[in-house]
Design a protein around this ligand. Structure first.
Ligand code: HEM
Length: 458
């Protein structure tokens, strides 16, 4: 019923397009396929069809809110066992999505970042103290410690104390376990077969989920037992949700179970992708000494040796462009799915019935010819205002699109610019010249085995 789309050349009976499919690298495999097969292609695996779009014009159509809506893809569906109808995993038609969105949006407006700034500074200084005591650091691990502590303390006044531990808080392992499990399980869409293949992994997954629930209990219990107001001095996310729940006149009051889903959603969505973004940014800085020097000069000029005030963070314009360019090459939440509201046709040739869906493969979109001759080149000047204005809309989508776009975008930007600025201000750093970027996929993207040599700036 739909037009034939390009697909990988070796399609096997029953199994489908499994040649060249690796459970651990679906995104990187798809980027390679998009180079071969063009702006839209399909992959059929064990009877389940995936349509992947990376062309700018087609992605632009999928971002049309009148014709398309967020689709809960199979892997995100799998996460509903822990996220339920929380903001990220909810269908747009579920009442709790609207309630939570309206209730929590003010807490993520640009102006609200002021109340999180001091905690972000405090956690960045924990990182500085940690790096001062080491000459070689595991970047992704340390960025994960930093971002987990930041969302824990700003959102829930809960400290994971990551920097006083030798290894990341067990929450991280349990979470990565659940995310990776869902990525792998998605490959087998036949329930009885998946139940056999993943029997042992399902048990481990259930244990991980139980552990995450224990952390949740501890967060809620800690709040109930604490007489003091939230650590931000103003309301944190948990206060906002608990206050609304106590107010019988509030139309956006959430149930206790839904509040638990939101806490877990924010703990996961609020740190994993920012951690990857910071790690990739440090990788590109280490690879591009002239950009690193220019960014450091900017920090020295704008911040000097002072701890930055809230206002001074967005003044690091080059650091911001470095973040934007990092998320162009490696958008750490690498795909989002869009579903047709009614029967429609995209690109003038690909028919979609109501309910049919397609992935926007964001790293593919960010390498569309609209980005120029050499899309692999790391060049923050692509985000100078004139260059941005010269490009069509909908070609840069690291934050997703429309009403379901990332609610935490300003939070992530403030945190990431603050942390990159702090590292540039405090440290010299370099990577082993023989390191080649390896990327771990666990629904999100993260540099693997990436270390930096660090020393305090003279
Ligand atoms: C949604 C990316 C940081 C919370 C999304 C989506 C993307 C994204 C692409 C849309 C997903 C979809 O359509 O299926 C990112 C990136 C980040 C980041 C690249 C960091 C560099 C954060 C932070 C928070 C957060 C810091 C919270 C503090 C959320 C939530 C949603 C979301 C709750 C669901 C929103 C809704 O559907 O209403 N994010 N995110 N994210 N993000 Fe982020």
């Amino acid at each position: 019923r739909t037009s034939a789309l390009p697909h990988p050349p070796r399609r096997l009976p029953f199994l489908g397009d499994v040649v060249g499919v690796h459970a651990s690298t679906p995104v990187q495999d798809s980027i390679a396929l998009s180079r071969e097969l063009g702006p839209i292609f399909e992959r059929v695996v064990l009877g389940r069809r995936y349509v992947l779009v990376s062309g700018a014009d087609l992605a632009g159509e999928l971002c049309d809110e009148d014709r398309f809506v967020k689709h809960i893809s199979p892997a995100i569906e799998g996460l509903r066992s822990i996220g339920g109808d929380g903001l990220f995993t909810a269908h747009s038609y579920e009442p709790n999505w609207h309630k939570a969105h309206d209730l929590l949006r003010p807490a993520f407006a640009q102006s609200a970042m002021r109340s999180y700034h001091q905690i972000m500074v405090d956690v960045a200084s924990d990182l500085v103290a940690h790096w001062r005591a080491h000459s070689t650091v595991d970047v992704s691990s340390d960025m994960t410690k930093l971002t987990l502590d930041t969302i824990g303390r700003t959102g829930f006044s809960y400290s994971f104390d990551s920097f006083t531990r030798d290894t990341p808080h067990p929450f991280v392992d349990a979470m990565v376990g659940v995310l990776s499990h869902n990525q792998r399980r998605e490959i087998i869409p036949i329930p009885w077969l998946a139940n056999i293949v993943f029997r042992k992994a399902d048990r481990t997954n259930a244990e991980n989920q139980r552990y995450l629930a224990e952390v949740l209990d501890d967060i809620v219990r800690t709040r109930r037992d604490s007489a003091s107001p939230a650590a931000t001095g103003t309301s944190d996310l948990l206060d906002i949700m608990l206050d609304a729940a106590r107010d019988s006149t509030n139309p956006n009051a959430l149930s206790e179970i839904n509040i638990r889903h939101q806490i877990l959603t924010f703990l996961i969505a609020g740190h994993e992708t920012t951690s990857g973004a910071l790690s990739f940014a440090l990788y590109y800085l280490a690879q591009n000494p002239h950009i690193l020097d220019a960014a450091r000069a900017e920090v020295d000029e704008v911040w000097g040796s002072d701890t930055p005030t809230f206002e001074k963070v967005p003044k690091l314009r080059l650091v911001r462009r470095i973040l934007d360019e990092t998320l162009r090459l490696w958008p750490t939440a690498p795909a989002f799915a869009r579903e047709a509201r009614e029967d429609t046709v995209i690109g003038g040739f690909h028919e979609m019935k109501k309910g049919d869906w397609a992935f926007v493969l964001i790293p593919g979109l960010h390498r569309d010819p609209v980005w120029g001759e050499d899309p692999e080149k790391f060049d923050p000047d692509r985000f100078l205002s004139a260059a941005v204005r010269a490009r069509p809309g909908h070609v840069y989508k690291p934050w997703g699109t429309g009403e379901r776009a990332c609610i935490g975008r300003q939070f992530a930007i403030h945190e990431a610019v603050l942390v990159i600025g702090t590292i540039l201000q405090q440290f010299e750093f370099s990577a082993d010249p023989s390191y080649r970027l390896q990327i771990e996929e666990r629904l999100t993207l993260m540099p693997k085995n990436f270390e930096l040599s660090v020393s305090v700036r003279k």
